[in-house]
Design a protein around this ligand. Structure first.
Ligand code: ZN
Length: 222
């Protein structure tokens, strides 16, 4: 028991005093993502990479290198605080997009939402990773968020486990949309990764059915 408690204490102390970089494991700088790893992260073009249902999709980085490692450790290895650098990378990109496209996304007329996980997945992981990015992003941008507009009601297979041509079917009917929560606001929909765009398509088309007409999507990686 003593050993067990000491173990827990050491892990706790490790978290506080010897923060290791999520990606390279170094503990020199006491940062969740160290400066050297951050330097290798390059933003993609600040112009929409693609459109889904007429909605612009902006993707911050390629899903490779440090970003891939960061997201993997965040989603599958319990590194909850990786949400902070994820949101920072996304926010830096967001400011470039707003400037380059002359967008009006100030906190008064915009609302953040994210692609949520099913509650059973959240129970298993211990947290909803996109929700954590959303909250950190909200802190940085001062744009409010609403977690009730979009709910995941179907516990789908993770998209990466499904063949590309079956992904639309996998997420079909996965979301439930609450109506009348954001009149006149632009919804900023956040997700971690987009590949085929099937999840964003499902979410966006359902949001549009509920008369949410102004939507813009941001993903950390693609
Ligand atoms: Zn590092």
């Amino acid at each position: 028991m003593y050993k067990f408690l000491t173990g827990i204490f050491e892990q706790f102390a490790d978290l506080i005093y010897k923060q290791k970089c999520v990606v390279c494991g170094c503990s020199k700088t006491n940062e969740i993502l160290c400066k050297n790893c951050l330097k290798t992260v390059h933003n993609l073009s600040p112009f929409a990479q693609r459109k889904v249902e007429g909605v612009n999709i902006f993707c911050a980085c390629k899903y490779e290198g440090a970003v891939k490692n960061l997201i993997t450790n965040f989603k599958f290895n319990g590194r909850k605080n990786a949400a902070i650098p994820c949101a920072q990378i996304l926010y830096k990109y967001f400011t470039e997009v707003v400037k380059s496209n002359d967008l009006d996304l100030n906190p008064k007329n915009a609302l953040l939402i994210c692609i949520p996980s099913h509650r059973l997945r959240v129970l298993k992981r211990g947290y909803c990773h996109t929700e954590l990015i959303l909250k950190e992003f909200s802190n940085l941008s001062k744009i409010p968020y609403d977690l009730k507009i979009i709910k995941k009601v179907k516990n789908t297979l993770p998209q990466y486990k499904v063949r590309a041509d079956k992904r639309a079917k996998n997420v079909s009917g996965a979301f439930k949309i609450a109506s009348n929560r954001a009149r006149g606001k632009t919804l900023i929909l956040i997700d971690d990764i987009t590949t085929t765009g099937a999840t964003l398509f499902e979410a966006v088309s359902n949001l549009k059915k509920q008369k949410y007409d102004n939507i813009i999507c941001f993903t950390l990686a693609c």
